[in-house]
Design a binder for this molecule. Structure first.
Ligand code: AMP
Ligand code: MG
Length: 317
């Protein structure tokens, strides 16, 4: 069962768990977040595991201030203006990610953009204490109502995590507003706790609406497609293929693979989730025409791993 600590006494305990890769439920001004070290793949995998998310959609990385955000993403003057106007607060900016951002690819689901927000209150304090960004989706079971009290979080996730920090009912009670800031202007990706009119006033420019769906990266079937073709659930390697392996036993002909990377030699799904995005791109970079993928079990995090692999294998236009 999760321990529930009032936020006044929780900073030490929360930081201690977070540095060891444990997820912790924390209050922010929008909703409660299930937070984990955004630089640690296994920590981020634990978020998906606890929430029971069936797919790896990109998460928001939370920062302590604009400085921390600028080490992670490229800020245009417009993005800078929005951050200065609304942070800390319920506005998430989707921006081009820096190469050396330190963010684990499981946070962005392998995208080259990143969603960043600076929250108010306890969340911000604990991030400043750690000196690292935290990935944090809402602290609820996937597909269920979002938690705005520590009690609601406890009812949903109490048997899956170690600590819930109680900051009382959240002030805004709605998720953050997400905008993408691009060369050609600002696009609304998700309405939320900050009114679009306020963003337009600060930006001195209109916010384009109606782009939802197009911008939900996890929903595009072939979005994650590498250059190479993908063959799933294989039991034999064909000449010229690279191999994405799983577990202790190898498919037939594995020795002739152009390159082999094993998601988890010990068949640990959490380790496999943490390695998935970087291994796919490394195998793709090997120049092999096809990446052959050994079967990965479909339970627990295996569901999201298989969802991701199926998208990578989907026909492209
Ligand atoms: P949640 O963490 O549950 O509040 O959801 C995060 C939202 O941010 C999801 O709707 C994601 O699709 C969206 N998101 C996160 N990163 C990106 C990105 N790089 N580009 C577009 N949308 C993103
Ligand atoms: Mg949510």
């Amino acid at each position: 069962m999760a321990e529930i600590l009032p936020q006044e006494n929780a900073l030490d305990a929360a930081s201690r768990l977070l540095v060891t890769g444990e997820p912790v439920a924390i209050p922010t001004e929008t909703v409660y977040g299930l937070a984990a070290d955004a630089t640690n793949g296994e920590a981020v995998a634990r978020i998906f595991e606890a929430k029971g998310r069936p797919r790896f959609n990109p998460l928001i990385a939370h920062v302590a201030d604009v400085n921390m955000a600028q080490r992670i993403a490229h800020f245009s003057p417009l993005a800078q203006r929005l951050a200065e106007a609304f942070w800390p607060g319920p506005l998430t900016l989707v921006l081009p990610q820096r190469d050396a951002s330190g963010i684990h690819p499981l946070v962005t689901a392998g995208l080259d953009t990143i969603a960043l927000r600076c929250p108010q209150g306890f969340g911000r304090e604990v991030i400043a204490r750690l000196g690292r960004p935290l990935a944090a989706p809402s602290a609820n079971i996937s597909g269920r109502v979002t938690g705005t009290t520590a009690q609601a979080v406890d009812a949903a996730l109490g048997d899956r995590i170690k600590l819930i920090v109680d900051g009382g009912p959240t002030r805004v009670g709605l998720e953050s507003t997400i905008v993408k800031v691009a060369e050609d202007g600002i696009v609304l990706l998700r309405p939320g706790g900050l009114a679009v009119e306020e963003i337009e006033r600060a930006a001195g420019a209109p916010v384009k609406r109606g782009a939802r769906g197009v911008q939900a990266p996890g929903m595009l079937a072939s979005h994650y497609a590498p250059q190479a073709g993908i063959r799933l659930d294989i039991d034999e390697i064909l000449p010229g293929e690279a191999l994405l392996a799983f577990g202790p036993d190898r498919a037939r002909g594995a020795a002739q693979a152009v390159l082999t990377l094993n998601l988890s030699p010990a068949a640990d799904l959490r380790e496999a989730a943490a390695n998935l995005f970087s291994y796919l791109s490394k195998l793709d970079a090997s120049g092999a025409k096809t990446i052959a993928v050994e079967p990965v079990p479909r339970h627990g995090l295996g569901e999201a791993i298989n969802d991701r692999l199926a998208r990578a294998a989907a026909p492209r236009d």
